[in-house]
Write a protein that binds this ligand. Structure first.
Ligand code: QUE
Length: 331
């Protein structure tokens, strides 16, 4: 079976992410497959809308094929990573401007690149099984796929918090923040997809299957707003007084993440707030190209995805030793 299945059913272009053994992490073949389907369907009158689903109950899409990028870096192939990211980000932009409804159903994990192929689309349906995150600072990388555009626009510094810490949010969080547009109970997703593929009017299907879940966020938005408004990352860490469980957890989270990634991420989010999506993607590509050549990327991917010891040795080890001049000209 192909890693991406693309077929037209009842006026719907259906894309199924189908690399379940890798939690649907997006490899080049998947990016090319999605791109080819979207290009073919753009001017095809037999396709009224696009529906993206996953064949895996565990993941919508766990991210990009970051292990392959690391392998290329380790082998000294300096072109492969940037080439892969450029294709991925171009796809994200195509989805953002696609002229037909582009509907993702997120009923499991959607991390990193998984958000790139869903959040930029016009309709994002989540369930109580959805888990969303940009966890790249844990692997010595940076949040990309246009996240410096969509996270930097969240209120109360929530995007800065999510990008830096990689905190996982729920489907109802995503709906409350506007990252998702609809919430459908997981046990109704099969019927919802069948009706969409059966050609029922999409607005009619959405009105009958989607509900409004409780709107309370799973993290403390007030604490985030109070702490993540500081000028610098060091000021944020100083402001985490460890007088509440949340501040203790957050300080501990930040202490485990790549200092280089944290500094570059904070710069991406700050610049992203004043940029178009295309400018964000271009800036992310420049910073990603730089950061994969820093020691933390190979080490972080090794520790989290290859050896899975979860004990990366960051270089430099502390924020104060990161030299922002090294990436400043890329912003
Ligand atoms: C940060 C990431 C990724 C991650 C974990 C992080 C990422 C990614 C994967 C992943 C997960 C399971 C797989 C796989 C890759 O995990 O981008 O091949 O089977 O793709 O903390 O950015």
């Amino acid at each position: 079976m192909a890693v991406v299945e693309a077929e037209v059913v009842g006026g719907v272009g259906h894309i199924v992410l189908n690399r379940p053994e890798a939690l649907n992490s997006l490899n080049s073949a998947m990016i090319d497959g999605i791109r080819a389907a979207l290009d073919a369907w753009r001017d095809d009158d037999a396709v009224a809308l696009v529906l993206v689903t996953s064949s895996s109950p565990r993941a919508f899409c766990a991210g990009g094929d970051i292990k392959a990028v690391r392998q290329a870096v380790v082998e000294g192939d300096r072109a492969a990573g940037p080439r892969y990211f450029a294709a991925e980000y171009d796809l994200d932009e195509i989805i953002a401007h696609y002229p037909k409804p582009y509907i993702s159903v997120i009923d499991a994990a959607a991390f990193g690149g998984g958000l790139g192929i869903s959040i930029h689309g016009s309709i994002r349906i989540v369930t109580e099984n959805a888990v969303l995150a940009m966890p790249e600072t844990a692997i010595g990388f940076v949040p990309d796929v246009g996240s410096s555009y969509f996270l930097s626009r969240l209120p109360g510094h929530i995007g800065r918090y999510l990008a830096l810490t990689g905190t996982r949010i729920t489907g109802s969080d995503a709906l409350a923040l506007g990252l998702a547009t609809h919430f459908c109970p997981s046990d109704a997703v099969g019927a919802l997809e069948s009706e969409i593929l059966g050609g029922t009017d999409i607005e009619d299907v959405l009105s009958r299957y989607t509900i409004l879940p409780a709107t309370e966020l799973s993290f403390g938005a007030e604490a985030v707003a109070a702490v993540f408004d500081r000028k610098s990352l060091v000021d944020i860490i100083d402001a985490l007084q460890c007088d509440t469980p949340w501040s203790r957890v957050t300080k501990t989270q930040l202490a485990t993440l790549s200092p280089t990634s944290l500094m570059a991420t904070d710069a991406l989010i700050a610049h992203g707030a004043r940029s178009t999506l295309r400018e964000c993607l271009d800036r992310e590509l420049r910073v990603a190209t730089w950061v994969i050549d820093q020691p933390d990327f190979a080490e972080g991917v090794r520790a989290v995805l290859v050896d899975k010891d979860r004990a990366p040795q960051w270089k430099p080890l502390v924020l104060e030793m990161v030299r922002p001049e090294a990436f400043q000209q890329l912003l």
